[in-house]
Design a protein around this ligand. Sequence first.
Ligand SMILES: NC(=O)c1ccc[n+]([C@@H]2O[C@H](COP(=O)([O-])OP(=O)(O)OC[C@H]3O[C@@H](n4cnc5c(N)ncnc54)[C@H](OP(=O)(O)O)[C@@H]3O)[C@@H](O)[C@H]2O)c1
Length: 197
Amino acid sequence: MTKILILGAHGKIARVATRLLLEKNDEELTLYLRNAPRLASLHGNDRIKIIEGDVLDEPVLEAAMQGQDVVYANLSGDMEKQARTIVRAMDKAGMRRLIFISSMGIYDEVPGEQYGKVLDPYRRSAAVIEASDLDYTIIRPAWLSDTDEISYGTTIKGEEFANPHADVSRKSVADLIVKLITTKGQHVRESLGVNAR
Ligand SMILES: NC(=O)c1ccc[n+]([C@@H]2O[C@H](COP(=O)([O-])OP(=O)(O)OC[C@H]3O[C@@H](n4cnc5c(N)ncnc54)[C@H](OP(=O)(O)O)[C@@H]3O)[C@@H](O)[C@H]2O)c1
């Protein structure tokens, strides 16, 4: 059974992905987050383990990685430092598969738009991951919405971002994450734009 470590598990996309994984599949989930009592409602589910931790706390992160198959990182903040910490901890733990949420615009792939410094943490963290030897998939969602629908397309690095001015639902991004987790070898060492249809 696949074991998944979700970093930043109280993030909005992460909570939708957790719900979809629990509904549809049989993976074991380790939910890693700060302020863990926020997920107290999930206590008692035998497919879920909850670890309170900051991703920048490397010893705690390394310990959480033991025995896991996939890391799914759903973070914000100092993402360059977070990415470096995750890559180091995965190397030490002998892990390979990483799914990392980033943002539309990091490669200036949206015609006519340059998002500037606000995307620096996303650009720099993606560069750290792309320079690693991990089996990564970077996910670059368009502007996000909480609409209850699954409807999206993807583009690969080097392509123009499709339909960049329409919001894509977090549920759509979560659906893609579930597919990447449950189908081995999909989009390995790729960076995918995720757009609304
Ligand atoms: N808004 C948009 O339209 C848009 C578009 C594209 C991409 N994005 C980006 O996509 C990412 C995921 O989106 P989302 O809606 O799921 O974001 P979110 O709800 O803000 O989730 C990010 C999570 O990262 C956690 N985090 C930050 N630093 C951490 C650390 N050092 N250790 C552990 N956890 C940490 C936060 O934890 P706490 O809850 O403890 O603070 C938060 O739960 C975000 O970076 C977002 O900015 C957003």
